[in-house]
Design a protein around this ligand. Structure first.
Ligand code: BLA
Length: 501
C-alpha cells in the first residue's frame, strides 16, 4: 500500500461517525438534562414518541436521573447507573458519562445472570490470580488469552503486541478447537491506523456484537454546527473499512481491550467470534480491570528482567574497570582485554580505533570497512551512546558487511585523537510470518475507496540486515563504561603529569 493511502486511513474521523450500533440507544442530554440528540430505537424502547427536547426524567424516570450526577463525576469512563425495564419487559443496562457540555446516556440489553456483579467479580479474581503464576511475559500473555476467553466467551482471544514500527504480533492466543491459529503472526501497522490507536488509549474497550449491523443515525447529526463527538461512547458506530476487514477474516462479532503500559498503548486483547455476541456492561468493566492488571504485570515482569540484566552488566563492568585500572598503561590494558570488552556488552565483534591504531576481536567487518564506519560513527557517538540494530538502513554502504555488523553500538572516547569503541552484532535473518502478504493487497474498491486486504493466509517474509536489539541496560552500560574509561584515563594523565613535575 502506498503512503498516501495510509495517511488516508489515518485521517478517517472515527470519533464522529454520526451514528451508533443499533443494539442499544444513545441520548445526549444538555446541562438542563433535556435530550438534545439521540440515536437508536428510542421510541420503542422507552415507549415515548417525540423524545427530542424532552427531559431525562420523562424519558428515563427519576431513579436514573438521580444517579446521573454520580456518573458525571466518575473518574474514568462510563458508569452503570441502573437497570431500566422497557414497555416490552426487556431489561436494559443504563450507563452515563460526561462529554464536554453533554451527558451521554447509553442503554443496552442487560446481560443474563452470569453478568451479575458477584459472578463477574469472582471470575475476575480467579483470572487475576492466574496472572501471578506466570514467570515470563510470554507465559503471562498465554494465560491472559485463556482468562479473557473465559471471561468473555469469545471463540478466539489474542494478545496482540505493538512493535517498534507499529506493526504487531500475536504473542498469546486461546481459541475454540478447529479454528486456525494466528499465534506469532505479524500484522502491518496500517491494520490499526494511528487515530484508532490514539482513541484506544483514551477509551479502553470496544465491542461490535454483530459486524453486519445497519448503523442507527444520530438525530440531529450536528449540534451548533459541530458533529457530535462519540469518542467515549460504547455504542459508537465503527469504521466501515474495519467492518469489512473483520468480515474478510470470517469474524461476525469482535471486542478489543487496550493493554496500557506506562501510559503507552502496549497492545490489545483482540477477541473474535464466528457468530454474533454481545458482552454486557458488567463483563466489559471486568475486562477493563483485567487489562489494567495485565498491563501492570507486564511492567513488573519487564522491570524485573531489566533489573537482573543491570546487575549482570554491572558485574561485568566492575571486573573490566578493575582489570583496566590494574595495568600500567591504559593502552596496554585495553589491548590485553579486548575480548572482555567485547563480551561485556554482548558483541559478536568489537573494534577499538585510537589515532590510527586498530584493535579488533571476534567477528568484524574488514579493516577498511571498520575505518570508514568509524569516521561515520564518530560524531554520532560523540555526546551519547550510538546504537542501531539495523545499520544498513542508516548507512547503505554497511549492507556489504551486514553479516558481521547489522548491529552497532559505539562510544567515542575522544573526538580529537580520534578514539572510538564499536561493538558489532551479526545479522540474524528473521523469518516473519505475516497473516496475509502486507505488500500485495493495495486493493482499492469501487470509486477509489480504501479497502482492507482480503487474505489472511500465512505468508513468509525473510527479513535481512537486522541484528538482535541492544537493550536499554546495555546502552546504559556502554555510557557508564565510557565514563569509567575516561576517568581512568584522566587520572593516569594527572599522575603522569605529577611525576614529570
Ligand atoms: C481498527 N483494526 C482495528 C482494531 C483492530 C484491528 C483490533 C480495533 C477495533 C476492534 O475492536 O475491532 C486489527 N484485529 C486487528 C488485528 C488483529 C485483529 C491486527 O484481530 C490481529 C490479531 N484497517 C485496515 C486498513 C485500514 C483499516 C487498510 O486493514 C485503513 C484504510 C482501518 N482499523 C481501521 C480503522 C479502525 C481499525 C479505521 C478503527 C475502527 C473503529 O474503532 O472505528
Amino acid at each position: 500500500m502506498s503512503s498516501p493511502d495510509l495517511t488516508a486511513c489515518d485521517r478517517e474521523p472515527i470519533h464522529v461517525p454520526g451514528a451508533i450500533q443499533p443494539h442499544g440507544l444513545l441520548l445526549a442530554l444538555d446541562g438542563d438534562q433535556n435530550a438534545v440528540a439521540g440515536a437508536g430505537d428510542i421510541q420503542d424502547v422507552l415507549g415515548v414518541g417525540d423524545w427530542l427536547g424532552k427531559s431525562a426524567t420523562e424519558l428515563l424516570g427519576l431513579e436514573i436521573v438521580d444517579a446521573l450526577p454520580a456518573a458525571s463525576a466518575a473518574r474514568s469512563g462510563a458508569a452503570c447507573i441502573g437497570v431500566l425495564r422497557g414497555p416490552s419487559g426487556a431489561l436494559f443496562d443504563v450507563s452515563a458519562q460526561r462529554s464536554g457540555d453533554l451527558t451521554m446516556v447509553e442503554l443496552e440489553p442487560a446481560g443474563p445472570d452470569g453478568a451479575r456483579l458477584g459472578v463477574v467479580l469472582g471470575d475476575l479474581e480467579a483470572a487475576a490470580s492466574e496472572f501471578e503464576r506466570a514467570s515470563t511475559v510470554e507465559q503471562l500473555c498465554g494465560f491472559a488469552a485463556a482468562e479473557f476467553r473465559r471471561l468473555t466467551g469469545f471463540d478466539r482471544v489474542m494478545i496482540y503486541q505493538f512493535l517498534d514500527d507499529d506493526s504487531g504480533s500475536v504473542v498469546g492466543e486461546d481459541r475454540r478447537e478447529g479454528l486456525r491459529s494466528f499465534l506469532n503472526h505479524r500484522f502491518p501497522a496500517s491494520d490499526i491506523p494511528r487515530q484508532a490507536r490514539a482513541l484506544y488509549l483514551r477509551n479502553p474497550i470496544r465491542v461490535i456484537p454483530d459486524v453486519d449491523y445497519t448503523p442507527a443515525p444520530l438525530q440531529p447529526a450536528t449540534l451548533g454546527g459541530e458533529p457530535i463527538d462519540l469518542s467515549d461512547v460504547a455504542l459508537r458506530s465503527v469504521s466501515p473499512i474495519h467492518l469489512q476487514y473483520l468480515r474478510n477474516m470470517g469474524v461476525r462479532a469482535s471486542a478489543s481491550v487496550s493493554i496500557v503500559k506506562d501510559g503507552v498503548l502496549w497492545g490489545l486483547v483482540a477477541c473474535h467470534n464466528e457468530t454474533p455476541l454481545h458482552i454486557p456492561f458488567a463483563r466489559r468493566a471486568a475486562c477493563r480491570a483485567l487489562a489494567g492488571m495485565l498491563g501492570r504485570q507486564i511492567r513488573a515482569k519487564d522491570e524485573s528482567d531489566a533489573f537482573r540484566e543491570r546487575v549482570r552488566l554491572r558485574g561485568f563492568q566492575d571486573d573490566l574497570v578493575a582489570l583496566l585500572s590494574r595495568e600500567g598503561s591504559l593502552d596496554a590494558a585495553i589491548s590485553n582485554h579486548v575480548a572482555e570488552i567485547r563480551r561485556a556488552l554482548g558483541g559478536d565483534g568489537v573494534a577499538i580505533l585510537r589515532g590510527g591504531d586498530l584493535l579488533t576481536n571476534g567477528r568484524c567487518p574488514a579493516e577498511e570497512q571498520i575505518r570508514a564506519l568509524a569516521a561515520w560513527a564518530l560524531n554520532r557517538s560523540a555526546d551519547q551512546v550510538f546504537s542501531t540494530a539495523r545499520l544498513a538502513e542508516l548507512l547503505p554502504d554497511a549492507a556489504a558487511y551486514r553479516h558481521a555488523a547489522s548491529g552497532l553500538l559505539a562510544i567515542t572516547l575522544s573526538l580529537s585523537e580520534p578514539w572510538i569503541v564499536m561493538w558489532f552484532r551479526a545479522e540474524e535473518i528473521e523469518v516473519v510470518e505475516w497473516a496475509g502478504n502486507p505488500h500485495k493487497d493495495v486493493a482499492k474498491g469501487p470509486e477509489e475507496a480504501l479497502t482492507p486486504r482480503a487474505s489472511f493466509e500465512s505468508w513468509r517474509e525473510t527479513v535481512r540486515g537486522r541484528a538482535r536489539r541492544w537493550t536499554g541496560p546495555e546502552i546504559e552500560a556502554a555510557g557508564r563504561l565510557r565514563a569509567a574509561v575516561t576517568e581512568v584515563w584522566q587520572s593516569r594523565r594527572l599522575r603522569d603529569l605529577n611525576r614529570r613535575l
